[in-house]
Design a protein around this ligand. Sequence first.
Ligand code: GDP
Length: 690
Amino acid sequence: MPTVAVDRVRNMGIIAHIDAGKTTTTERFLYYAGKSHRIGEVHEGQAVMDFRPDERERGITISDAATTFYWNGHEINLIDTPGHVDFTAEVERALRVLDGAVVVFDAAEGVEPQSETVWHQADRYRVPRIAFVNKMDRVGADFDAAVESMRERLRATPLPIQLPWGQAESFAGIVDLVQWRLLTFDPASLGREILVHPVPAELEREARRRRELLIERLAELHDPLAERYVEEAPIGAGQIHEALRAVTLGHRGVPVLCGAALRNIGVQPLLDAVCAYLPSPREMPPVSGEDPRTGERVTRRPDPEAPFAALVFKIVATASADLFYLRVYSGRRRAGDRVHNARTGRDERLHRPLRMHADRGEPVETIEAGDIVAVTGLRAVTGDTLCDKDAPVLLEPIRFPDAVVSVAVEPRTVAERERMGEIFARLEREDPTLRVATDPETGQTILSGMGELHLEVTLQRAEREFGLKVRAGQPRVSYRETIGAPASGTAEYRRQIAGEWVAARAQVELEPLADRGARAVAVSALPADALPADLVDSVLETLRSAAEGGGVFGYPMTGVRIVLREASFEPCSQPEAALNAAASLAFREALRGCDALVLEPYGRLEVRVPEEFLGAVVKSLNQRRALVEETRFARGSVVVRGVAPIAEMFGYLTALRSQTQGRGGFSLEPLDYRPLPETLVAQQHVRLLD
Ligand code: GDP
């Protein structure tokens, strides 16, 4: 049970482009909330939240650990989210379980591509947001430009509720447009002491104009305020707060604050805004799922008296045990109580639930709707639902994108092979975007994941946390294949099995789908009474898995619709086996000589370099088959956007660094699958069927 009333709980995350200042802001949160006694700078490798060695070294946050702290009588459960797009799935997972988010922007950069991606993910999960324009002390910091970029690039409705006092070197405080005051933060107390002043005379006109603008915008978005506005009734801080809260919860606008976390300016007002404008778990809409017994849709209200429902959203393998992070959506349980795993159908006991702080776990007696806790000893995987046995529910599973990059790994010594298997199995359990498989031909272990960096980080973890050193091969992308034109095939299957003749016939047609990356589908075009329904289902499943098993080049097929045109069998004891065999043969017949296309994964690319390097960078992008779509100049640097084949971008960071004297940066985010040029198909890929 939360230690405060549930309407004072905030389950929130900080989402941001890498380097925008998420870690620094989090550190300040914990420091001002009294959770850490000193401020650990990221560059000193002391961040409290980033507790894995690999994270400290890189200065980025990879896993989403949850931590609880208290602010102004509120309990804040902060779910950490990664900033790097190679970890998109981690962001998705965090968005599923949080109720609101603070989005951190860099005041000199405005909206960056990864913030765009995460913003749209958050739109999809309808997560209410507050924006924090950080690094106001940086040279080039521009609050208004950052706000404008939110409007332009995110199509958001930003509602600035502060005005910076000074900018860049002169940034010294914050004008609070709602409470009409200036706040400064005493450096001697590391910003802990907040000094309240009147709005400075030189800013008064501008601040008044902006306050008016804020009220006008809010009146357009919130009826009660509109009424007062029309009646020209006085509008005070209370009414503005109320309108901001309603508008934020209703996804109609985003309050925007500013500050410089590193300089300890503006952090506490951000925490106040989290409490004031983001929702409590009680204010969330009911979650929906399926009754596993009937398949019916059911919902669960965020009410401790409702039947229990919780989602296992994260598993962390620690040296002593696996920690299962739960988000409780409804109901209540005591430590030691039983819960039902709706996927496995097994009962589990909730041993020692823990509220997690950055450095330790604190045992709790009761868990209930709205809580985020960790437990040990479950037999569960990420995405499982724990519920009441008598009122079972399967919450929507968390979607994880397919792995697009893989690498072969070998242990240094034969003796280590077994241990390597165990360690990777453990990492796979923890990270649902990681796949571990054995190549049937070479016997090598193959790791697959979201990108080069994802696999690199995984191997470093294996080495640091488990002392496992492996030899890794070159990264490779996972290919797919599809067809460029319709094809059809007919086949007959006839065989004597145990003295009985079984025979069946099938005809299938393959059609390309507009979305080449879509999963293969199989449909029946048979007359309604041609075959019993369960036989049709069995044949369609056979066809779908045949496509996924591999096409002409042996790669999983996507973007194809398989139509079962004809299917018949001669009466026998095993019609299902005969029909499935005939359908598989007809499918292979259709593939023979069809227009097969090898597909390779593409990513959305953004490269940022100083202007003088533009020519060289574009040239090398062209050599890597990247398509440049847009070139934008901004304050001496240039941003090149486009798409690129992921296979060509391996090692690009090193190349870019040497081309730009270390001053270039880039991001690459998996996007879709596109046909590989024919010359490359001929050089690198073999048709297995002809
Ligand atoms: P994250 O990648 O989003 O977690 O970002 P970090 O918190 O690690 O910050 C990235 C870099 O920006 C670090 O070198 C920080 O010291 C620096 N930084 C963070 N906040 C500020 C700020 O308010 N002003 C300035 N000038 N630098 C900042």
